[in-house]
Design a protein around this ligand. Structure first.
Ligand SMILES: [Mg+2]
Length: 421
């Protein structure tokens, strides 16, 4: 075979790779507000704002499309939202309900296509394989997903779906038409659709990144797309630039190249009556317990832990410690207690506890047999709690206050149904 023929084959293969639709992304529309409208018929077709508590000084967590039409959106101050949208219905966030709907949505989608990755409480990524990669088949799958959401979850639970050659583009496609959209990005329209976007429409480009791009004379999508892979890498000053370049061109890159879990942590704002030494200790122990359960579920061991406490006077207390790799709740709780002693006499307002610097369980040579035994006990405890309810077996020091830190909205991680209060 001549080298021209070989070049042609590589060229054709490259074009073919670009054509393949491999990702389908489901993004639910105004998810929290839609859950409320599904639950409460009186809220249907009316402007709804989900708020943390009923007060003009707080901020909107989510707005229904009827409220969005008046300019109300996530982050709008409630006082302003009420002025912008007369008749606005305020609803306190029902976090457990949203988690329940999340699991219903997940189950419904999985009757149509397996979910490759849950990306947030209202976003799901599916991989298209075989004949699903044909445009018409992919479109039918998307329509089927909308249908099962309607019938199995609720008529007010709607999604925008994006189909594209990779997950980044599929997410961008899902964003292009809201609510209830269906957008396919392929070789015919990819470039034209992308150049119409703003830089910040691209996941991974926030205000800071846009400012950096502007300094380097990239002020719009057309300029960004014209850059070579090497140039884009230079813009980001790391490998993410090269990755971004390839993704925007339509290359298939898997999630596995995403950063793995680097830390597990929880935080909680204390109610006023618990802003004291004991209240803070109990809450921090509960947060650590939850983090340790997740650590063990991931078959990881942590080598570091930090405790960060925002005090009522605005000061911050911060302490970080290192230890041999462990997933032993008893050991970690003891260490936490020691760290916490330094806050005596102070008034904690917000507490966060984080485990990090992980090693895989299997990579860890256990130095003491006892430790291994204890780890097994904790894993058994986790299994029992999962089977019979979250607080069936609990560490003694937490018994006083096992419901201190209720489940909050999980943007990063969605609690299992067993974790919902
Ligand atoms: Mg959404």
């Amino acid at each position: 075979m001549g080298s021209n023929a070989l070049d042609l084959r590589i060229f054709v293969k490259k074009i073919y790779t670009l054509l393949v639709l491999r990702a389908l992304y489901v993004d639910l529309n105004s998810f929290f507000a839609s859950c409320e409208q599904q639950n409460q018929p009186l809220l249907r077709n009316r402007p709804v704002a989900v708020v943390p508590l009923i007060a003009d000084t707080t901020f909107v967590i989510a707005a229904s499309y009827e409220a969005k039409a008046y300019g109300v959106k996530t982050g709008t101050r409630v006082g302003d939202a009420k002025k912008m949208c007369p008749g606005l219905q305020l609803v306190c966030a029902g976090h457990s309900d949203y988690v329940k709907y999340h699991h219903k949505v997940k189950t419904a989608i999985e009757t149509v296509i397996p979910i490759r990755a849950v990306r947030s409480i209202d976003e799901f990524a599916c991989e298209l394989t075989g004949s699903q990669q044909q445009e018409e088949k992919a479109r039918q799958l998307a329509l089927k997903i909308k249908e099962v959401l309607h019938h199995n979850v609720g008529a007010f639970i709607k999604a925008s779906i994006g189909i594209a050659p990779n997950f980044l583009l599929a997410k961008i496609a899902a964003d292009m038409q809201k609510p209830n959209g269906l957008t396919i990005l392929d070789h015919n329209n990819l470039h034209d659709r992308l150049i119409r976007l703003k830089l910040q429409d691209i996941p991974g480009i926030g205000p800071r990144m846009e400012a950096r791009l502007n300094i380097k004379n990239i002020t719009n999508m057309e300029q960004l797309l014209q850059c070579s892979e090497q140039h884009t890498r230079g813009l980001w000053e790391n490998v993410w630039g090269a990755r971004m370049h390839r993704l925007l061109k339509g290359d298939w890159l898997d999630f596995s190249e995403d950063s793995p879990v680097k830390s597990i942590g929880h935080q909680h704002v204390l109610p006023p009556q618990k802003r004291n030494f004991t209240g803070g200790l109990l809450v921090s122990q509960k947060l650590l317990w939850k983090a340790a359960v997740r650590l063990r579920a991931k078959n990881m061991m942590a080598r570091k832990m930090y405790l960060s406490i925002r005090l009522t006077d605005g000061e911050r207390f911060f302490k970080e410690i290192s230890f041999h790799p462990t997933q032993d709740s008893g050991f970690l709780l003891q260490k936490l207690k020691e760290m916490y002693q330094a806050t005596r006499g102070k008034k904690p307002r917000k507490i966060s506890v984080t485990l990090f610097d992980f090693v895989k369980e299997t990579e860890q040579q256990l130095s003491f047999f006892e430790n291994d035994n204890r780890n097994r006990i904790y894993k058994a405890v986790d299994a029992i709690n999962q089977r019979y309810g979250r607080n069936t077996v609990f560490s003694g020091s937490l018994l006083d206050d096992k419901n201190t830190a209720p489940t909050r909205i999980a943007f990063q991680r969605i609690p299992g149904l067993d974790e919902v209060d």
